[in-house]
Write a protein that binds this ligand. Structure first.
Ligand SMILES: N[C@@H](CCC(=O)N[C@@H](CS)C(=O)NCC(=O)O)C(=O)O
Length: 306
């Protein structure tokens, strides 16, 4: 079987979510480091334009978005399950809340102390990604006390999950809900003493974080980006599983564009080769890597005829 390749960068919280997913499954994987900002010339031939971090590659199959990466890992490696405590429904709800409602204010709070140390093009890149004006760094740094208080308020609420003595978010076993809730908070631990200090008032939360960190990230081994391109070029995409279409889904054979619903404007265009309740995959031809199947979750993405 082809290697699991993760395209990512160290500081990315969403990448850390997928690294911990690989860790919970106890997997060995290849690690390709990608730039934090555009351009990403060794990623685009694989993804057809999807620029976000992380991306998982298995041969000529490309998996976009941490939700789908988790689904695919669960499908290929069911044990230990991401859903050993609680079901998928609750884990999805925790992830959606953590990836949005929690992630955005934590990002603001964390950047409010380190914005002046970020690479100069970082904020312009993120503004371009969202079609928004670049963040005002001075304003962000002046707002640090308010932003950090807001983060503390949210962390206080999160800590109450463990009031009944449970070890993990949905019960006594770690799972995707833990990993999803952990990754935005992890950002505070990797971005300087002032941010790490924000966790000090929350010992119960920190004890849970230690348990989640102990899951580890599996066994990564560095891989050159060009070797990942060659791996895609030398492989055929796996034969798609039988599709399960519904009234809201595209049909197999249709050419569609897939775009993230959260205003990131890049669209990936290709022919639908697989559609299920939670996934759509497109076939794309590329000069450098030949045929790839690019997989997306359906939730959170807009699929339109192209
Ligand atoms: N819904 C996506 C969000 C991923 C995301 O926003 N990742 C950030 C990095 S933490 C990103 O892509 N930033 C822009 C980039 O890396 O180019 C997922 O779950 O994978």
């Amino acid at each position: 079987m082809s290697d699991i390749i993760l395209h990512h960068y160290d500081g990315s919280p969403f990448a850390h979510k997928s690294r911990l997913c690989l860790g919970l499954k106890g997997l060995a994987w290849k690690s390709v480091k990608i730039p934090m900002i555009m351009p990403k010339p060794d990623l685009m031939p694989l993804t057809g334009g999807y620029r976000r971090t992380p991306v998982m590659q298995i041969g000529a199959d490309i998996y976009c978005d941490t939700t789908l990466i988790a689904d695919e890992l669960e499908r290929r490696h069911p044990e230990p399950s991401f859903f050993a405590s609680g079901g998928r429904g609750l884990a999805d709800m925790v992830a959606a809340w953590a990836d949005g409602t929690l992630f955005t204010p934590i990002t603001s709070a964390v950047f409010s102390t380190i914005a002046d140390k970020m690479p100069p093009d970082f904020f312009a890149d993120r503004a371009a990604m969202r079609g928004a004006p670049p963040a005002d760094i001075d304003k962000m740094m002046k707002a640090a006390p308010r932003l950090q208080a807001e983060m503390a308020r949210l962390l206080g609420n999160v800590e109450t999950i463990f009031d009944d003595g449970r070890d993990y978010v949905l019960g006594d076993k770690p799972g995707l809900a833990d990993i999803s809730l952990y990754h935005p908070i992890w950002m505070a631990t990797t971005t300087g003493k002032r941010n790490a200090a924000l966790l000090e008032p929350f010992p119960v939360l920190r004890a849970w974080m230690d348990r989640v960190a102990a899951i580890g990230i599996g066994q990564p081994e560095d891989m050159d980006a060009k070797a990942a391109l060659a791996a895609a070029r030398d492989a055929e995409p796996e034969p798609p599983r039988p599709s399960e279409t519904d009234a809201a889904s595209p049909t197999v054979g249709q050419t569609v564009s897939v775009i993230a619903a959260d205003k990131v404007p890049e669209a990936v265009v290709g022919e639908v080769v697989l559609v299920t309740a939670n996934e759509v995959a497109l076939r794309r031809e590329d000069k450098q890597v030949g045929t790839t199947h690019i997989h997306f979750p359906r939730t959170g993405y807009i699929i339109r005829p192209a």
